[in-house]
Design a protein around this ligand. Structure first.
Ligand code: KG4
Ligand code: ZN
Length: 338
């Protein structure tokens, strides 16, 4: 993408991370995060009311910090962007209302961003050479999809999960294994010393080229662990984690490259928290290299929710002359086609 040079503040509050970032075009100037993981961990998942309150407490201070780290004064911003949806309504409202007020007070343009577009465009922060047409794998706690990015802003979801998202499956199984919340990073860590071939977990929906199903995998793990625990034949937790991770990674990679073949794309992108997974990154790199396609995935900390990805998507949309009315509201079930 040609660098539009716009200096934009991005605010992300769709779930349990208050993320604020500042970019200049596709250059990352700052990216700060207030994670609420500790506040939700004892409940084993995100509690919406707790999330909204924590965003309120963090947002002002964090915005100052993001601007200070970027070395940008708020009056020098070219615009303000915030996540409009999808996400938890109470959480979204905090960031969206704050961003609109800031834009209004500063007299700067405002743009509302689809959270999923933020993940899709996050590879730009690590490599501005990322360009459509591309196939992008979106894998997070709330979504798993294979997206054909035909042009900037023109996205076709080729397939998605018919039940749990990949991250959700990792979070639920990790919880069952006693590995805590969030589960993805814990499984990633445990899997490091385990064998991916220890347990043959199922790979679902092989007959559908782009769709995923992960709920059967979760049930299969529960059944396997219970029966083998009772019989005293349970492999080590690293072995179970590595096998589970491999089952998820296998289908994510397979369906991404099904789309690469069908579309003829020579560019592959990735985004969403699960893209921080080291095994997934490795497998995508190997597969891309062997097929001669270019792979663009963000740095690991830019895969999980953050403000910089909203800022970069905001800069892009503002550069196209697009703004969003200050009278607009959040949209909890926004999809990529809207
Ligand atoms: O994109 P994200 O921060 O939030 C959503 O939009 O959902 O993704 C969070 C998800 C969680 O399910 C978390 O367990 C998973 O990403 N995740 C990982 C890793 N880091 C975060 N999954 C696998 N391996 C990781 N290293
Ligand atoms: Zn996300």
């Amino acid at each position: 993408m040609t660098d539009n040079g716009l200096t934009v503040l991005g605010i992300e509050t769709s779930c349990d991370e208050t993320g604020i970032g500042v970019v200049s075009g596709t250059s990352l100037l700052s990216n700060v995060l207030a994670s609420q993981v500790d506040q939700h961990a004892r409940f084993g998942g995100v509690v919406p009311e707790v999330a909204a309150r924590a965003h309120v407490e963090a947002i002002r201070h964090l915005t100052h910090r993001a601007l200070a780290q970027a070395g940008v004064h708020q009056t020098d911003l070219d615009g303000v962007a915030a996540t409009r949806g999808p996400g938890l309504v109470g959480a979204l409202v905090v960031g969206y209302a704050f961003a609109k007020s800031l834009a209004w007070a500063l007299g700067k343009p405002f743009v509302g961003i689809n959270h999923l577009e933020g993940h899709l465009l996050a590879p730009l922060l690590s490599n501005p050479g990322f360009e459509p047409p591309a196939v992008v794998l979106l894998a997070s706690g709330g979504h798993s999809a294979v997206v054909h990015m035909k042009a900037w802003g023109d996205y076709e979801t080729l397939g998605s999960t018919i039940d749990d998202a990949a991250g959700e499956a990792l979070d639920k199984t990790a919880r069952f294994l006693g590995l805590g919340y969030p589960g993805g990073p814990a499984i990633d860590r445990e899997a490091e010393t385990g064998s991916p071939d220890a347990v043959a977990f199922p790979r679902a929906l092989r007959d559908r080229p782009y769709d995923f199903s992960f709920s059967g995998l979760k049930t299969s793990l529960l059944t396997y662990v219970r029966s083998h625990r009772d019989a005293g034949t349970l492999p080590s937790i690293p072995d179970v984690a590595a096998s589970l991770q491999e089952a998820i990674v296998d289908v994510l990679v397979e369906k991404t490259f099904n789309a690469v073949e069908a579309t003829g794309a020579t560019v592959v992108g990735g985004g969403g928290g699960v893209m921080a997974n080291r095994r997934l990154r490795q497998r995508l790199e190997e597969e891309s290299a062997s097929r001669g396609v270019s792979l663009f995935i963000p740095e690991r900390e830019l895969c999980t929710d953050n403000g910089a990805m909203i800022a970069v998507a905001g800069a892009h949309r503002l550069a196209q002359g697009e703004t969003t009315s200050l009278g607009s509201d959040v949209s909890v079930s926004l999809n990529l086609a809207t």
